[in-house]
Design a protein around this ligand. Structure first.
Ligand code: FAD
Length: 295
């Protein structure tokens, strides 16, 4: 069953985000993390897609590993960065040949070292075009039961000058065939409910799954806000800085993420997508705190 099918069941989904490892030691950690997280019976796990050719092929390896070793549906991230349309077609064909049914179509972050995003000369400009391309390639290969998700941005939507364009972009994505969205990280439930309500009022019916990040150190808090542009709440940064051990910092980060997750589920979120940084401890503690494990 695709993710869109799972979301129609009405029970909150549980899912995790993993990233492709860069070293053999990191690959071992990832394998161990996958084994532990698999025991919580997640509905799917997503695998991010990097800008370099090497990380991209590692992403494909992780997707295969998930499907083969754990029978957990993989959600394969895809981006438009630094790839021609033809190269993207090949990647999509390879995933389809491996039986992948769920894709997250993104424009992608600029490659490391670049500040601005610029499209490949023969490539795609926007995530909505990639949504269309995935459907086009699947149709050409007679695969009908695929599902394409996209990104949504509650914290950006909270800024008045971006409010309408964030909904317009979601509309383009839905129009191109997106069946669900996963949000960027954010810390206020009201930002999520405002996005969902404004989207619904303008005809956007796809379920929007919130992404939750248990932040386990002040270093990670700084890195997360640098990468996403979403400031970590001061109260969380203070708690992380005041913690006297790694365990105490992790407990503070998990407690914060668990509170937000509970508020999101109470507000009707269709599931929780947990960022793991390829580590299981904080993710497991969060899932336990929410009572979502092995449902
Ligand atoms: P788009 O929807 O293409 O939007 C990009 C910009 O173009 C926005 O400013 C938008 O307003 C504008 N725009 C869009 N459509 C149009 C249009 N038709 N006309 C004019 N302007 C338009 N990055 C990675 O590199 N790899 C990953 O694996 C990855 N995973 C992610 C997972 C999630 C859940 C999220 C939220 C983000 C992820 N990202 C990843 C980051 C993401 O690629 C960036 O945030 C990127 O800057 C925006 O992606 P998008 O898919 O929303 O792009």
């Amino acid at each position: 069953m695709t993710i869109a099918g799972l979301l129609r069941h009405g029970r909150p989904t549980l899912s995790y985000e993993l990233f492709p490892p860069r070293t053999p030691a990191a690959e071992e950690t990832l394998r161990a993390t996958m084994r532990v997280l698999a025991d919580t019976r997640p509905d799917f796990m997503s695998i991010t897609y990097g800008a370099s050719g090497t990380t991209r092929s590692t992403s494909r390896g992780v997707v295969q590993m998930l499907a083969e070793a754990h029978t957990i549906p993989p959600l394969a991230h895809l981006t438009c960065v630094d790839q021609s349309r033809d190269e993207l077609v090949t990647v999509i064909e390879e995933y389809l040949a491996e039986g992948v049914l769920d894709f997250l179509a993104l424009r992608g972050d600029p490659p490391r070292g670049a500040t601005d995003w610029s499209p490949h000369p023969d490539g795609l400009h926007y995530a909505s075009q990639l949504v269309g391309l995935v459907h086009e390639v699947a149709r050409a290969h007679g695969v009908s039961d695929i599902c394409v998700g996209v990104a949504a941005f509650p914290a950006t939507h909270a800024m008045p000058r971006w409010r309408q364009s964030s909904i317009d972009v979601l509309r383009y994505k839905q129009h191109a065939g997106a069946a669900f969205a996963i949000t960027q990280v954010f810390y206020e439930v009201e930002q999520y409910t405002a996005l969902v309500e404004d989207a619904a009022a303008q005809g956007i019916t796809m379920p929007i799954i919130p992404e939750v990040m248990p932040i386990v150190s002040s270093r990670r808090a700084a890195r997360a806000s640098e990468l996403t542009g979403v400031p970590t709440p001061a109260e969380l940064v203070n708690a992380l800085e005041a913690a006297e051990s790694d365990d105490a910092a992790r407990a503070a980060g998990v407690a914060h993420a668990a509170r937000l997750s509970r508020e999101l589920l109470e507000a009707g979120a269709p599931g929780i997508h947990v960022i793991t940084f390829n580590q299981s401890a904080a993710a497991l503690e969060l899932v336990d705190a929410m009572g979502l494990a092995a449902r």
